[in-house]
Design a protein around this ligand. Structure first.
Ligand code: NAP
Length: 464
C-alpha cells in the first residue's frame, strides 16, 4: 500500500529542515517494469530513511506506462498516470525524470526533452548513455542539470560513486570486472555442471536470468556499454563505446572451460579498461571478452549472476566491489541513491557538483583514444589440436619462432576431452601484443602438426 513519503516528512525531519526550502523532490518516471516498480516500492517502503538522509521527501508525482491498469496495480491511486512519455519528461510539476523504460531511440528524445525543460535525469539505461552519452551530458551541462546513472553499471554496486568520489585522489591504472550477470550465470553453469553454452543459456532463460532475446548479454554488448562508462569516469575521456572491442561467449566451448580448469584458471566474461602510458602505446585498452582468470583470484570466486568490479589506483592500490548483477530492488537502490544526490544538489551551482563523468568538462581529454585491438597487450591461452601428442615440442618451437613468448606448454588431460577428440596442446604465453598472437594463430592453421581450429583466449592476472 503506497503511503505518500511527504505526508510523514514533517514528523521525520528536524524542525529547521522542514519548511519552504525543504519541499519534496518531485519525480516523474517513464516505465514501471522491473526497475520502475522496484524503485517505487523501495521509495515507499524506506521513505523515512530516505527522507532523513536526503533532508527532504522524494515524491513520485507522475508515472508513464503503456498499460495504465498494470501501473495502477503497482502505484495505487496517489500518483498521476499517463501513456505519454513526453508529458512526464516536460511536466511542470516534475523536478527529476527517472527514465526506467530502456532502449536508445525514444529514450534519448525523452531525456533530452527533460534536460531542455530544466529537469535532472536519473537513469539505469547503460545502452542509452553508452550510445548517446556525450550528447546527453553536453546538453545537461548546457542546461545546468544533473544526469545520474549509478544503476546503469553493476546494478547496486556504487562503482560510479567510488570512481567519481571515493577514488578521486588516484590516477586510475585499470578497471576490470564481471559486469554482466547473465553471462556469469552461464559460465558458472558450464563450469559447475560441465554443460555446453547452449544448454547453460537455456537454463538461464528458464530461470529468468536471461532475456528471451539474450543478444546484448551473450555477445558482450551490455558489458561493453558498462565498461565504456567506467572508462570515461576512470580516465577522463569521452564515452567511446563505438571503439570498444567486444567479444561475447557464444563461441566458447565447454572443452576450454575444462582445459582452463586443468591449468588452474576459470573463464569469466570480463570488461577491461586499462590506461596505457608505456613506450609502445599511449591510450586506453577498452575491451570485453572471455578471459582466463587464476582460480585463486577473487574474481574467479564471483559466481552465478553476481557482479564484481576491481579498480587499480596508483595510491589506493586494488579495491574490489561485489554485489548483485540484476534485480528490480537492487537497481532501485542505485536509482534512489541518485535521487538523493539530486535532492541534495538543488541550490548548488553546477560547477560545484560532482561532474557527470567524474572530470570537469574542461579536464576531459578529448584526444584520449581507445587503442586498436592489435596494440592490446595480455597473456594468452592457446589450445592447439594436434595429430599426435609427440608434436607438443614442434608446436611450442614454432610459436616461439613467431615471437610468441611461450610460458607453459602441456597436454590436455584425457578426462577433460570429449570422446573421440584427439590430443590438444595447451599453451600459456607471457604478455604479448595481440597482433603477434593473431598472426601466429592464423598461420598455425596451416602447420602440418595441427589437426583443427586453434582456440585463443586472453588471460588476465589483474594483480596489484
Ligand atoms: N532489470 C534489471 O535488473 C536492470 C538492471 C540495471 C539496469 N537496468 C536497465 O533499466 C532499464 C529498465 O529495465 P527493466 O528491466 O525495468 O525493463 P522492463 O521490466 O522491460 O521495464 C520497462 C518498462 O518500460 C515500459 N515502457 C517501455 N517503453 C515505454 C513507452 N514508450 N511508454 C511507456 N512505458 C514504456 C515497459 O512497458 P511494457 O511492459 O508495456 O512494454 C516496461 O513496463 C533498462 O535500461 C535496463 O537496461 C535493468
Amino acid at each position: 500500500m503506497y503511503r505518500d513519503p511527504v505526508q510523514s516528512l514533517e514528523a521525520l525531519l528536524p524542525p529547521a529542515a522542514a519548511g519552504a526550502a525543504m519541499r519534496p523532490l518531485r519525480v516523474g518516471m517513464i516505465g514501471i517494469g522491473t526497475v520502475g516498480a522496484g524503485t517505487f516500492r523501495v521509495l515507499a517502503r524506506n521513505q523515512a530513511e530516505i527522507a532523513g538522509r536526503a533532508g527532504r521527501g522524494i515524491r513520485m508525482v507522475v508515472v508513464c506506462a503503456r498499460s495504465l491498469a498494470r501501473a495502477m496495480g503497482v502505484v495505487g491511486t496517489g500518483v498521476a498516470l499517463t501513456n505519454d512519455p513526453m508529458q512526464v519528461a516536460t511536466h511542470p510539476d516534475v523536478d527529476v525524470l527517472v527514465e526506467a523504460a530502456g532502449g536508445t531511440g525514444p529514450a534519448r528524445d525523452w531525456v533530452l526533452a527533460a534536460i531542455r525543460a530544466g529537469k535532472h535525469v536519473v537513469t539505469a539505461n547503460k545502452a542509452l548513455l553508452a550510445t548517446h552519452g556525450n550528447e546527453i551530458f553536453a546538453a545537461a551541462r548546457q542546461h545546468g542539470v544533473a544526469v545520474a546513472y549509478e544503476g546503469a553499471v553493476a546494478v547496486s554496486i556504487p562503482i560510479v560513486k567510488a570512481l567519481r568520489e571515493g577514488l578521486v585522489a588516484n590516477r586510475i591504472e585499470w578497471v576490470a570486472g564481471i559486469i554482466n550477470g547473465t553471462t556469469n550465470f552461464i559460465l558458472s553453469k558450464m563450469r559447475d555442471e560441465g554443460v555446453g553454452f547452449a544448454e547453460a543459456l537455456a537454463q538461464a532463460q528458464a530461470l529468468g536470468y536471461a532475456e528471451a532475446d539474450p543478444t546484448f548479454d551473450i555477445e558482450g554488448i551490455d558489458a561493453a556499454h558498462k565498461i565504456t562508462l567506467l572508462a570515461a569516469n576512470a580516465f577522463g575521456m569521452p564515452v567511446r563505446f563505438a571503439d570498444a572491442q567486444v567479444e561475447g561467449i557464444t563461441a566458447l566451448q565447454g572443452l576450454d572451460v575444462a582445459c582452463a580448469e586443468q591449468l588452474g584458471y576459470r573463464i569469466k566474461l570480463l570488461g577491461v579498461a586499462r590506461r596505457r602510458r608505456d613506450g609502445e602505446a599511449e591510450g586506453v585498452e577498452l575491451r570485453v571478452h572471455p578471459a582466463l582468470v587464476p582460480a585463486m583470484h577473487l574474481l574467479a570466486q564471483v559466481n552465478g549472476s553476481m557482479n564484481a568490479v576491481m579498480v587499480k589506483g596508483d595510491a589506493s592500490g586494488v579495491t574490489m566491489y561485489y554485489g548483485a548483477g540484476a534485480g528490480g530492488e537492487q537497481t532501485a537502490s542505485a536509482v534512489i541513491a541518485d535521487l538523493v544526490d539530486v535532492a541534495r544538489l538543488e541550490g548548488t551551482r553546477p560547477a560545484q557538483r560532482v561532474p557527470h563523468l567524474g572530470f570537469h568538462a574542461s579536464a576531459v581529454n578529448e584526444d584520449l583514444a581507445v587503442l586498436p585491438r592489435a596494440a592490446v597487450h595480455t597473456r594468452h591461452y592457446l589450445r592447439v589440436p594436434v595429430h599426435s601428442a609427440q608434436q607438443i615440442e614442434a608446436v611450442a618451437a614454432w610459436l616461439a619462432a613467431q615471437q610468441v613468448p611461450v610460458g607453459q606448454v602441456t597436454l590436455a588431460n584425457d578426462k577433460a576431452l570429449p570422446p573421440g577428440s584427439g590430443p590438444q596442446v595447451l599453451v600459456l604465453t607471457d604478455t604479448v601484443a595481440q597482433s603477434i598472437v593473431d598472426l601466429a594463430v592464423q598461420a598455425l592453421a596451416a602447420h602440418p602438426a595441427v589437426a583443427g581450429p586453434v582456440v585463443a583466449l586472453r588471460v588476465e592476472m589483474l594483480a596489484g
